[in-house]
Design a protein around this ligand. Structure first.
Ligand code: SAM
Ligand code: SF4
Ligand code: SF4
Length: 337
């Protein structure tokens, strides 16, 4: 497809990024995503319902034809997907795909980091909400140990990954006191901690605005301990606002989709593990891609281009409106953030 045929949505936004969920099961039950009292222990779509590696390969090639350059593998917990390094190896060979990244809770990273690096993965984001062992374990739904995740980060560095992103969701009254320790721990390591506002994704996490800590107050708190200056965005549509430490201790980021919506630059599609396209993190439903996928690359390209051209999502900019606020929303663990 030549450049002039690359689809733009109804707000003029190109399709540049894809978040692909490889599995919807998870070994954690973070309260803000997959609360243990709402999601059964054995939750997970049957393996036969998930896109196969062949289907994922075709799908990614088609998205590249439509302009996608950055792919992020996510979940559920993506490291639970069997033979993930084989998938990474296949995808890393797709011409035109500039960047493959992975978001993980890090529990299985120590076992898999080397195989993932050997397969061609170069960028990893690890979610880590607390350093205090008790707070961490509570936030994981009593499933995880912080030491396992820190060991996973060390193993990733030993395997050749550098400059990891460390994502922390901050909730009022839960882990605000973990913010400065997280910054202190990772300052000077080259890794970039990014604080994410607690979002009203899905319908299970009992989101309330007063439980969300706005990035501006975190920035003030961090900046009064370690003075900060704003940095330029790395690329158009980058979701995190970047700040550097004045003393040269590296950088941190803030993802502020509640307090400072960035829909105008949102060029990200999401595909669930069972092959549904979601054009917004807050969409109610996805659109099945498997039927078109079974008909080959051209049919799928036409289908996705049509869906993208019809897109007019801008939930974060409209979330104050009752008709938008009260709509059903897809769960985060189905589309991976
Ligand atoms: N399981 C992997 C992990 O946790 O990194 C990947 C999937 S998880 C859904 C992707 C990201 O979404 C994580 O960084 C997580 O913290 C974030 N997330 C989940 N629910 C959220 C919420 N309600 N608000 C903000 N971020 C959320
Ligand atoms: Fe699992 Fe990630 Fe959701 Fe936590 S945020 S429950 S680790 S999918
Ligand atoms: Fe993109 Fe939807 Fe988030 Fe807006 S609310 S930035 S359109 S995912």
């Amino acid at each position: 497809m030549n450049a002039s045929l690359l689809p733009l949505d109804r707000l003029g936004r190109p399709l540049h990024d894809l978040r692909l969920s490889v599995i919807d099961a998870c070994n954690f039950r973070c309260g803000y995503c997959m609360p243990a009292d709402r999601v059964p222990e054995d939750y997970g779509t049957d393996a036969s319902q998930r896109l196969s590696f062949d289907e994922i390969d075709t799908l990614v090639r088609v998205f590249v034809r439509l302009g996608m350059r950055k792919l992020r593998l996510t979940g559920g917990e993506p490291l639970l997907r069997k033979r993930l390094p084989d998938l990474v190896h296949r995808l890393a060979g797709i011409p035109g795909l500039d960047d493959i990244a992975l978001t993980t809770n890090g529990v299985l990273l120590a076992q898999q980091a080397r195989a993932l690096h050997d397969a061609g993965l170069r960028r990893i984001t690890v979610s880590l909400d607390a350093l205090d062992p008790r707070v961490f374990t509570d936030m994981s739904g009593r499933r995880g140990q912080v030491g396992t995740v820190l060991a996973g980060i060390d193993a990733a560095v030993a395997a050749g990954f550098s400059r990891l992103k460390i994502n922390a969701v901050v909730q009022r009254g839960v882990n605000e006191d973990q913010v400065l320790p997280l910054v202190e721990h990772f300052r000077g390591t080259g890794h970039v901690v990014r604080f994410i506002e607690f979002m009203d994704v899905g319908d299970s996490n009992d989101w309330r605005r007063d439980r969300m800590v706005p990035s501006s107050s975190l920035r003030d708190m961090i900046g009064s301990r370690w003075p900060l200056h704003p940095l330029q965005a790395d690329y158009r549509g980058e979701v995190a606002e970047r700040y550097g430490f004045d003393d040269g201790g590296g950088e941190i980021g803030f993802v502020s989709s509640v307090s400072t919506p960035f829909c105008g630059d949102c060029h990200r599609a999401r595909v669930s593990a069972d092959g549904r396209l979601f054009t917004c993190l807050f969409a109610a439903d996805g659109t099945d891609l498997r039927t078109a996928l079974a008909s080959g690359e051209d049919a799928l390209a036409e289908h996705v281009a049509g869906l993208w051209a019809a897109r007019d999502d801008r939930y974060s900019e409209l979330r104050g409106l009752p008709e938008v606020r009260d709509r059903r929303r897809v769960e985060m663990y189905l589309i991976g953030g």
